[in-house]
Design a protein around this ligand. Structure first.
Ligand SMILES: Nc1ncnc2c1ncn2[C@@H]1O[C@H](COP(=O)(O)OP(=O)(O)OP(=O)(O)O)[C@@H](O)[C@H]1O
Ligand SMILES: [Mg+2]
Length: 493
């Protein structure tokens, strides 16, 4: 799959035409942009047709031709007396199972007809989701990428200047950043409505509007990235830092990381860390939400969701609790989720620019193919926090309530909370804050610690088995893991 920008598209299609190709797929969120690109090309005859779209054409056409009346007529196109070089853009092709097999046959026949007759005809088939598996062999695939940061900034700056509104360069850059992933037309709409309404740029509102538009299908949830204090996980932090610096030097983003560990150890919190370190937008994919009631609907939803995430690149795709979707619900639920997972893994290999951050705590539910090397870059294990990690978590948790850590006996709290997760420590602090009625002391905190029974104490076997699994199969996310039976080995080795 090739990526092209909107402005490269006309020349690209012309070249494909000249190479004698009969069918090309173009994946674009906005089909009108593809139609505009084709009509802007130098090919003599250009026409477009699609269900629910008026037929329109430029250049000479075979007599009486004004689009298709039914999909079955597709192969017949090749036999029409085309006068010269022709590109046709067809939108609205049903791209989804259970019909995909039928349409793939139709497209095969069409492509064969065009080649057989040497008709000077290239068909551009526009899809807005991803490409169905059945279509893959039929023709090359171009993905139209939305404008990059510099192009977005140019659009915003241009509109501000045209409307004689003074905007600082930093407001322009921030707005451009907030609008990543949108098409030029959408960016113009949002910025123009701000300039016409409030008379000024508002990056935050622009980001909210983008989130609203991108999430309109409800498959991806835009996540607001905020600075967070995460205690421990020093290896994960270091790993992310080096990758983020490499990305800044132009190296590709990592493809993905899986983070496993007991409940409450800060896995979900770490998603913020990932997005913050890479300084890119983040969206959450909920496997459960993809499930449709019709055959093939879940796959279609996943394809659409991944295409949306890819359009926002560079971005973080956060798949929280990936095993929840995988254990499946109904009788064939697990079969569907397995297929979804296969698709996700295949997609990860192909795409660049989206970093998949997956978390899980029930490792027994994870299928082996998820963990096989070469799929995700790394599998990290978050253990129960060590002494020094608990200290960092106590400090971060107190900080969140604006409590000066030097006003309490942190070492005593650290000792008293052995076996507690970050979530349990955070909960202890908030309980104590409410109980103390304004005068928080070490004693209040210690009594809150005592009245909390940590999970590692309630379900020692389960926690122990997660820990043993992590130590044996994954790379420690923390600095110095405390030994749990087997010594820690690297995922890759
Ligand atoms: N390492 C940590 N540093 C600071 N706070 C933490 C840490 N770990 C957990 N917390 C606190 O606990 C809360 C819950 O943690 P989080 O949701 O990230 O756990 P989790 O590992 O995703 O758990 P689960 O497996 O149940 O989803 C966080 O929002 C934070 O307040
Ligand atoms: Mg979580």
């Amino acid at each position: 799959m090739d990526k092209v920008t909107q402005s490269e598209l006309p020349a690209r299609l012309e070249r494909l035409y000249r190479s004698g190709l009969s069918i090309v797929f173009v994946i674009a969120r906005d089909p009108s942009a593809v139609i505009r690109a084709v009509f802007a090309s130098q090919i003599e005859t250009r026409w477009t047709w699609g269900p629910g779209r008026p037929f329109s054409a430029r250049g000479p056409l075979p007599p009486g031709f004004n689009g298709l009346s039914q999909w079955q007529d597709l192969p017949h196109l090749a036999s029409l007396p085309w006068a010269g070089p022709t590109i046709g853009v067809i939108t609205g092709l049903p791209g989804d199972a259970p019909d995909a097999g039928y349409f793939a046959d139709l497209l095969d026949a069409t492509s064969e007809e065009i080649r057989g007759r040497q008709a000077p005809l290239l068909l551009v088939l526009v899809l807005s989701g991803g490409l169905p598996e059945n279509y893959r062999h039929i023709g090359p695939v171009l993905r139209v990428m939305p404008p990059d940061q510099a192009e977005r900034a140019d659009i915003v700056r241009g509109l501000a200047e045209k409307n004689q509104i003074a905007a600082s360069e930093s407001a322009i850059q921030e707005s451009a950043q907030a609008l990543s992933g949108l098409e030029a037309g959408e960016i113009r709409q949002i910025v123009l409505s701000q300039l016409a309404g409030a008379g000024t740029l508002d990056p935050e509102a622009a980001g909210a509007e983008k989130a609203r538009r991108l999430a309109s299908g409800g498959l991806l949830e835009p996540i607001r990235v905020r600075p967070v204090a995460v205690g421990g996980l020093s290896e994960l932090k270091r790993w992310l830092q080096t990758r983020a610096q490499a990305a800044q030097r132009g190296l590709p983003m990592p493809k993905g990381v899986v983070l496993v560990g007991p409940p409450g150890t800060g896995k979900s919190l770490s998603a913020q860390l990932v997005a913050g370190t890479f300084e890119v937008p983040m969206v959450r994919l909920d496997f459960g939400r993809l499930m449709g009631s019709f055959v093939g609907e879940s796959e279609k939803n996943l394809r659409t969701a991944l295409a949306q995430a890819e359009a926002m690149y560079p971005s973080i795709l956060w798949v929280d609790e990936i095993e929840k979707g995988l254990s499946g619900s109904g009788s064939n639920g697990s079969e569907i989720t397995r297929r979804l997972l296969q698709y996700l893994l295949g997609w990860m290999q192909e795409q660049t620019g989206v970093f998949v951050f997956a978390t899980a705590n029930d490792v027994s539910a994870l299928p082996p193919e998820l963990l096989r090397k070469g799929r995700f870059d790394e599998l990290f294990y978050v253990d129960l926090p060590s002494r020094s990690e608990r200290e960092e978590i106590w400090v971060a948790s107190l900080d969140r309530w604006h409590i000066d850590p030097s006003s309490v006996d942190v070492p005593a709290l650290v000792s008293a909370s052995e076996g507690y997760t970050g979530a349990e420590i955070a909960a202890v602090v908030s309980d104590a804050v409410y109980e103390s009625e304004g005068s928080l002391t070490t004693a209040t905190l210690l009594s809150a610690v005592k009245s909390t029974r940590p999970l590692s104490n309630v379900f020692p076997e389960q926690i122990q088995s997660i820990r043993a699994w992590g130590a044996a199969h994954a790379r420690p996310a923390g600095g110095s893991p405390e030994p749990v039976g087997a010594s820690a080995t690297r995922f890759r080795s």
